[in-house]
Design a protein around this ligand. Structure first.
Ligand SMILES: *Cc1c(COP(=O)(O)O)cnc(C)c1O
Length: 393
């Protein structure tokens, strides 16, 4: 079945008023400082440390370069165990470092790497684990830490979804050796494009700051094969502005999350996302799983919503391990990743963003209820031409 593809550009309905950004822009113009660790860059690093409750942060141009650099900083080689149920950049960051990704299966409830699968995938070549806090739900960090200690492995968390997420009162971003955030336009907190590495101490941050600036330590000395990963003043200023609104944005997401739950609770054949235990969520996604007991398939439901201008996204489908550059790996074989393969075929992320009105949530839920009472699987119809009104960004 074919589903009309969403436009490749990203729109964001919930930007703050432009007037609020103009003073920031004027300051950049007045100072003529555009990049290379200017005042906005330093202020955003400081503000994020305070907001997130972490000690050190190095801002990046995006999370992908952040992940590539985090692996470089820890000198990781050989094989790294990671999840196939993520955005493709997770595995790409390994490949860019000449590291072989080894895919392990996920937990059916949290959608995060299953610690037993991690342990089963360890070989003499394994040097690290790269888990993802999928949809912002914390990984089983204690089990991962135990495995890492027992086998002397590094842990780099892809925390692209985990902005502001706390576990037992502390930031989940402090877990592992390094954690990498994404501030891409689609994420809970965004700088249009951007990312950051959360570092455990000042020495590691300094090393990473060198790596993101080509390896320069001063005007004439280059100590490593660094990259250009610096966030510009423009993006940092956007971050400072949007940080002022992020609490409100997350609170509104929480209301939408609760409304979806109340409206969709008990629909036969639908699995709603588990509420994280002892964790403060950022409600970044609302993934539902469409089981066989639901009268229409996941793709038919997705198609139906699009016919009504609602862009629900199949995150994460296909699995990373199904893309051509990975599917030849022994660990990529679908029969070795049964939970990830099944989840990927059932998942649908419903629209959730702060400016989504309650009435729109009711409308999405009503369309799902209507699909739930259809007596047979719907015939496939051609792509809708309706302009998308609600996208699952
Ligand atoms: C968004 C995302 C990335 C990539 O982030 P960019 O900032 O766009 O490079 C990496 N991993 C996961 C899990 C993501 O969702």
């Amino acid at each position: 079945m074919s589903i009309p593809s969403a436009p490749l550009y990203v729109t964001r309905p919930d930007l703050p008023p432009l007037e609020e950004f103009l003073p920031y822009l004027r300051e950049i113009w007045d100072s003529r400082v555009l990049t290379n660790g200017g005042p906005y860059h330093r202020r955003l690093e400081q503000a994020l440390c305070e907001y997130l409750g972490v000690r050190h942060i190095a801002l990046f141009t995006n999370a992908t370069i952040g992940l590539v650099t985090a692996l470089q900083a820890l000198r990781i080689r050989g094989e790294v165990i990671t999840t196939p149920y993520s955005f493709v950049a997770t595995a790409h960051a390994l490949q860019w470092n000449g590291i072989r990704p080894v895919f392990a299966d996920i937990d059916p409830v949290t959608h995060n790497l299953d610690p037993h699968s991690i342990e089963a995938a360890i070989t003499p070549e394994t040097t690290a684990i790269m888990p993802v806090h999928c949809y912002g739900a914390p990984c089983n960090v204690k089990a991962i830490e135990r495995i890492a200690t027992a086998y002397n492995l590094k842990v780099v968390y892809d925390a692209a979804h985990a902005f502001g997420v706390r576990l037992n009162g502390a930031s989940v971003l402090a877990e592992g050796d390094l954690s990498v955030l994404s501030f891409h336009a689609t994420k809970v907190f965004n700088t249009f494009e951007g990312g950051a590495i959360v570092c455990p101490d000042a020495r590691v941050k300094q090393h990473i700051d060198h790596l993101k600036n080509f390896g320069f330590v001063n005007e004439t000395t280059v100590v490593a094969t660094g990259i250009n990963g610096k966030m510009s003043e423009f993006n940092a200023a956007l971050g400072l502005l949007q940080l002022q609104h992020v609490d409100q944005a997350i609170a509104r997401r929480g209301q939408i999350d609760a409304l979806y739950r109340s409206l969709l609770d008990g629909v036969e054949g639908l699995r709603l996302p588990a509420s994280p235990v002892n964790a403060l969520s950022n409600h970044s996604y609302f993934p539902i799983l469409v089981d066989d007991a639901f009268p229409v398939s996941r793709d038919a439901l997705c198609h139906r919503l699009r016919e009504h201008g609602i862009v629900a996204r199949r995150y994460f489908y296909p699995l990373i391990s199904e893309f051509p550059m990975y599917r030849g790996l022994p660990s990529a074989q679908p029969e070795r990743l049964p939970v990830a393969a099944d989840t990927s075929r059932r998942v649908l992320c419903l629209p959730i963003y702060p400016s989504l009105a309650d009435a729109d949530v009711h409308r999405v839920a009503k369309l799902i209820h209507d699909a739930a009472v259809s007596s047979r699987r719907l015939p496939v119809r051609r792509a809708a031409t309706a302009t998308p009104r609600m996208a699952a960004i």
